[in-house]
Design a protein around this ligand. Structure first.
Ligand SMILES: NC(=O)c1ccc[n+]([C@@H]2O[C@H](COP(=O)([O-])OP(=O)(O)OC[C@H]3O[C@@H](n4cnc5c(N)ncnc54)[C@H](OP(=O)(O)O)[C@@H]3O)[C@@H](O)[C@H]2O)c1
Length: 321
C-alpha cells in the first residue's frame, strides 16, 4: 500500500480509502453485513488505514455498524476515521443544517455511534447557504479544542465556498465527485487544492460501479442506480461498449478496468486518496493493487477521451429517448 500526507495535516493516509456509503439502504438496498465486516478486516490487513463515512449514511446506520465492527474487532486504532455532518435526519423530513448547536450535538452522536473518543477528519458534507461560515468555524474550533475532532474538511464545494471557510479555519481536505466520467473539478477546485495544499479525496471513483465495466448489458440494478443517467436506456450499452475498449488498454498494463479507473484518479497530482465504496472482501482485495502506481500520461488522456466521448454520446441518446 502507498501512503500520502493529507494536505498539511499529520494524517498519513493510504491511497485507497474505504467508503461506507454502501450501508445506506435508501440508496443501496440491504447490503449483507457479514461480508462487509470481513472487508473491514481485510482492508486493515492490506494496509488500508483510512475509512470514510457520514452521519447521514442510513441515518446513523453506517456509523453504528462501523463503530460496532471496529470495537468488536479491536481495530479502531488501525484506521483514521473520516465522517461528515450536514443532514439533520432526526425528524420526518431530512434537511441540511450546519448551525452551532446542530454541529455540537451531531458530533456527539457520531462519536457515540462510532464508539470512539475522536474523529480524525470531520467534514462538512456540502455547502449550507443558511448558516454563516463564522458559526460553523466556531463549532469546529471548539470541537478541535476539546479533542473531539482532529481536523476539519469539506465536501462538494467550489473554490469560493472553500475560500469562505479557509478565511476562518484550516481546511484539511476537499471530498469532490471526481472520476473518468465526472471531471468538473479539474479546472478550478483541484488546482486550488494543489496551490493551498488542501488534501483531495475523490468519491465515486468508479462512478458507483459503472467504471468497472463488469455489468452485463441486460443487468438490472435493484438499487437506485437504476434511475441514474448513464445506467439507463440506450446510454448503458453505449457506456459498456466504451468500457470494453478502455478495458483493453487496462489489460495491456496488467490492470482490470476498475484498477485503471482508480489509478486514473490517483494520477492527478492534486489527489491524495480515492474513496472506493466497498461491500465485500473481494472488492477491497482487488482494488488495492491500483494504489501501487500511476498511469502513463498518454494512457491517462486516452482513457479520458474515450469515456468522455462515450458520455457525450450516451447523454445525447438519452435526450432522444
Ligand atoms: N461526499 C459525498 O457527497 C459522497 C457521495 C458519494 C459517495 N461518497 C463516499 O465515497 C465512497 C465511494 O463512492 P461510491 O460508493 O459512490 O462509488 P464507487 O466507489 O465509485 O463505486 C462503488 C461500487 O463499485 C463496485 N466496486 C467497488 N469495488 C469494486 C471492485 N474491486 N471490483 C468490482 N466492483 C467494485 C461496487 O458495485 P456493486 O455494488 O455493483 O458490486 C460498489 O458498490 C462512498 O462509499 C462514500 O464513502 C461521498
Amino acid at each position: 500500500m502507498k501512503y500520502m500526507q493529507l494536505g498539511l495535516t499529520d494524517l498519513i493516509v493510504s491511497r485507497i480509502c474505504f467508503g461506507c456509503w454502501q450501508l445506506s439502504p435508501r440508496f443501496w438496498g440491504e447490503v449483507p453485513i457479514e461480508p462487509w465486516r470481513r472487508a473491514v478486516t481485510r482492508a486493515a490487513e492490506l494496509g488500508v488505514n483510512f475509512i470514510d463515512t457520514a452521519g447521514a449514511y442510513g441515518d446513523g446506520f453506517a456509523e453504528t455498524c462501523l463503530g460496532d465492527c471496529l470495537a468488536e474487532l479491536g481495530l479502531r486504532d488501525r484506521f483514521y476515521l473520516a465522517t461528515k455532518f450536514y443532514w439533520n435526519f432526526q425528524g420526518a423530513d431530512r434537511y441540511p443544517e450546519t448551525t452551532y448547536e446542530f454541529i455540537m450535538s451531531e458530533c456527539e452522536n457520531s462519536l457515540r455511534r462510532l464508539k470512539t473518543d475522536r474523529i480524525d477528519l470531520y467534514q462538512i458534507h456540502a455547502w449550507d447557504p443558511l448558516t454563516r461560515p463564522e458559526e460553523v468555524a466556531a463549532a469546529l474550533g471548539r470541537l478541535k479544542k476539546e479533542g473531539k475532532i482532529r481536523w476539519a474538511g469539506v465536501s462538494n464545494m467550489n473554490v469560493e465556498q472553500m475560500g469562505a471557510y479557509r478565511d476562518l479555519f484550516d481546511v484539511a481536505s476537499l471530498q469532490p465527485h471526481y472520476n473518468l466520467l465526472a471531471r468538473e473539478v479539474e479546472d478550478r477546485e483541484l488546482p486550488y487544492c494543489l496551490q493551498h495544499r488542501i488534501g483531495v479525496i475523490p468519491y465515486s471513483p468508479l462512478y458507483r460501479g459503472l467504471l468497472t465495466g463488469k455489468y452485463a448489458r441486460d443487468h438490472v440494478f435493484k438499487d437506485s442506480r437504476g434511475e441514474y443517467d448513464l445506467y439507463t436506456g440506450g446510454a448503458f450499452p453505449r457506456m459498456l461498449e466504451a468500457l470494453d475498449e478502455t478495458a483493453k488498454i487496462a489489460e495491456g498494463l496488467g490492470l482490470s478496468m476498475a484498477q485503471l479507473a482508480i489509478r486514473w484518479v490517483l494520477t492527478n497530482p492534486a489527489v491524495t486518496s480515492a474513496i472506493v465504496g466497498i461491500k465485500t472482501p473481494e472488492h477491497i482485495e482487488s482494488i488495492v493493487p491500483a494504489a501501487e502506481g500511476t498511469l502513463p500520461i498518454p494512457v491517462w488522456h486516452r482513457a479520458g477521451n474515450i469515456l468522455g466521448k462515450a458520455k457525450r454520446d450516451a447523454l445525447a441518446l438519452l435526450d432522444q429517448e
